[in-house]
Design a protein around this ligand. Structure first.
Ligand SMILES: Nc1nc2c([nH]c(=O)n2[C@@H]2O[C@H](COP(=O)(O)OP(=O)(O)OP(=O)(O)O)[C@@H](O)[C@H]2O)c(=O)[nH]1
Length: 131
C-alpha cells in the first residue's frame, strides 16, 4: 500500500498532525494528514484529494514537494509512506475527519503516540524545520 501524507508548516517550526478517529484502524494515534493512493491516481493527486476531504483545504500541485519517505509494516500491511511538504494552501484547516488536530514542533511530535513508521520521518522533518 502506498500512502501520500502532508507536512503542513505552521508558526515557529510547527507541523500539523491529526488524531485518528476512535473505533477505526490505529484509533487515537497521531498522523500526518493524507491517505491511500488509489489505483487510478498519482500520489500528488491522492494528497490533494485527501487534504480536501480531511481538512477542507485546497492545495495546488506546484506547492507540493517531496520531503522524505519511510517504509515498513503497518499492522499486517506493507506500507510505503510518502511525505510531501506543502508550502501553501487555500481555506482554513478544519478537522473534518480527525478527532483532533494540532500544531506541534518536532520535539513534541517525537513524544506523540503515532504509527511506528511515522517516527522514521522525524529526522527529515527536523532538518526541514531548521531550514
Ligand atoms: N494518513 C496517514 N496514514 C498513515 C500514517 N502513518 C501510517 O502508518 N499510516 C497508515 O496508512 C494508512 C492510511 O490510509 P488511510 O488514511 O486511507 O486509512 P483508512 O482509515 O482509509 O484505512 P482503512 O480503510 O484501511 O481503515 C492507514 O493504515 C494508516 O494507519 C500517516 O502519518 N498518515
Amino acid at each position: 500500500m502506498i500512502v501520500a501524507a502532508a507536512a503542513l508548516p505552521g508558526e515557529g517550526g510547527r507541523w500539523l498532525l491529526q488524531k485518528r478517529p476512535a473505533g477505526g484502524d490505529m484509533a487515537g494515534l497521531w498522523e500526518f494528514p493524507g491517505g491511500k493512493v488509489e489505483a487510478d491516481e498519482g500520489p500528488v493527486d491522492a494528497l490533494i484529494r485527501e487534504l480536501h476531504e480531511e481538512l477542507g483545504i485546497g492545495i495546488a500541485a506546484r506547492d507540493v514537494a517531496p520531503l522524505t519517505f519511510a517504509s515498513g509494516l503497518a499492522g499486517p500491511r506493507d506500507l510505503l509512506l510518502l511525505l510531501y511538504h506543502v508550502a501553501t494552501w487555500s481555506g482554513d484547516v478544519t478537522a473534518l475527519h480527525a478527532d483532533e488536530i494540532g500544531w506541534f514542533d518536532t520535539a513534541s511530535i517525537a513524544r506523540l503516540a503515532m504509527p511506528p513508521i511515522d517516527y522514521l520521518l522525524l529526522d527529515s522533518l527536523r532538518e526541514r524545520s531548521r531550514g
